[in-house]
Write a protein that binds this ligand. Structure first.
Ligand SMILES: Nc1ncnc2c1ncn2[C@@H]1O[C@H](COP(=O)(O)OP(=O)(O)OP(=O)(O)O)[C@@H](O)[C@H]1O
Length: 290
């Protein structure tokens, strides 16, 4: 028998995992796991409870991108290098979708039971790790601004409603981007640095994978509303990368400065203040994949 430490966030997504946890335990026991469930009481609690995972064979996370982010940060802090299983139960679940992990509990548990593992890159923004995305500007902090009850009831649609609500206030932010090869000064509505390929359900870096050794920066330049709308349509089709209104970089380290106070977002959680030092970490994580 193998030992699994199952961390679940009862407030992720539609809050339903807590009612279905028996199904997950049943399935994982069939896969020869003895499961210890841990219900997180707060984000801080994730950093406390992870200490109990030492001596286990795997850490299983049920939650969305934010819960995965905090659990991985906690594991790195405690030097716990165990394979990670994901049971997606968040709203967008961008990282799990990128890995092709199904939202249905029994299918996600089958992935863990099969035991196929791969190693993935971690991004680092200042002193925190991220798994999927670091961003700022228009729409980037929608997931933080949204009311948790609205998110729980409406799911991903709530992100879009909140996004549309933000549109009248949008303005471009002047930023300076520095990489090994370039210095770019530009006003942007939004920039997103991706380790994976999607954010908010949009496949923004269609060819990227979270283990290709690169981060992808996508910046939306200051443009008029018609151009912005056309760009949005191109984004839906995954045809935006060669647009004149897009900055697209594939790098291992990106420094972003701005004199304006703009909130940043990291995997759907509040991120650090500028300047941002975003780079590929030399740490990797092992994750069960289909
Ligand atoms: N008991 C709790 N334990 C951990 N986090 C909690 C708890 N209660 C509320 N939260 C909040 O849950 C958020 C993380 O949610 P998570 O990212 O897992 O789900 P989501 O936002 O629905 O999904 P996604 O990020 O994939 O869209 C944190 O921002 C945190 O503030």
């Amino acid at each position: 028998m193998k030992k699994a430490f199952l961390i679940y966030n009862p407030y992720s997504g539609d809050r339903n995992f807590r009612l279905k946890i028996d199904q997950a335990i049943y399935k994982l026991q069939q896969g020869n796991y003895v499961v210890t469930p841990y219900r997180t009481m707060s984000i801080k609690d994730i950093y406390e409870c992870i200490k109990f995972a030492k001596g286990y064979d795997t850490v299983i996370i049920s939650g969305g991108d934010g819960t995965i982010n905090h659990t991985i940060n906690a594991m790195v802090m405690e030097e716990i290098d165990l394979p990670i299983g994901i049971i997606p139960s968040g709203t967008a679940n961008d990282f799990a979708s990128h890995l092709g992990i199904d939202k249905r509990i029994s299918i996600a548990c089958d992935v863990i039971n099969k035991g196929k593992c791969a190693s993935f890159d971690l991004g680092k923004i200042n002193d925190r790790y991220f798994i999927n995305v670091a961003a700022a500007g228009l729409l980037a902090d929608v997931s933080q601004k949204i009311d948790i009850n609205l998110k729980n009831t409406l799911g991903k649609i709530a992100y879009y409603i909140k996004g549309i609500e933000q549109l009248p206030n949008f303005k471009a932010i002047p930023i300076r981007i520095k990489t090994e090869k370039y210095v770019i000064e530009e006003k942007v509505f939004l920039f997103i640095v991706l380790n994976g390929s999607s954010a908010g359900g949009f496949k923004l870096a269609p060819d990227a994978t979270a283990n290709d050794g690169y981060l992808n920066l996508i910046g939306v330049k200051n443009c008029n509303i018609v151009e912005l709308f056309n760009l949005f349509i191109k984004m839906l089709k995954g045809e935006h990368l060669d647009s004149n209104n897009i900055i697209y970089l594939r790098e291992k380290q990106i420094i972003i400065e701005s004199l304006e106070r703009v909130e940043t977002d990291v995997d759907g959680e509040k991120g650090p203040d500028f300047p941002l030092n975003i780079r590929l970490s030399n740490k990797k994580v092992k994750i069960f994949i289909p």
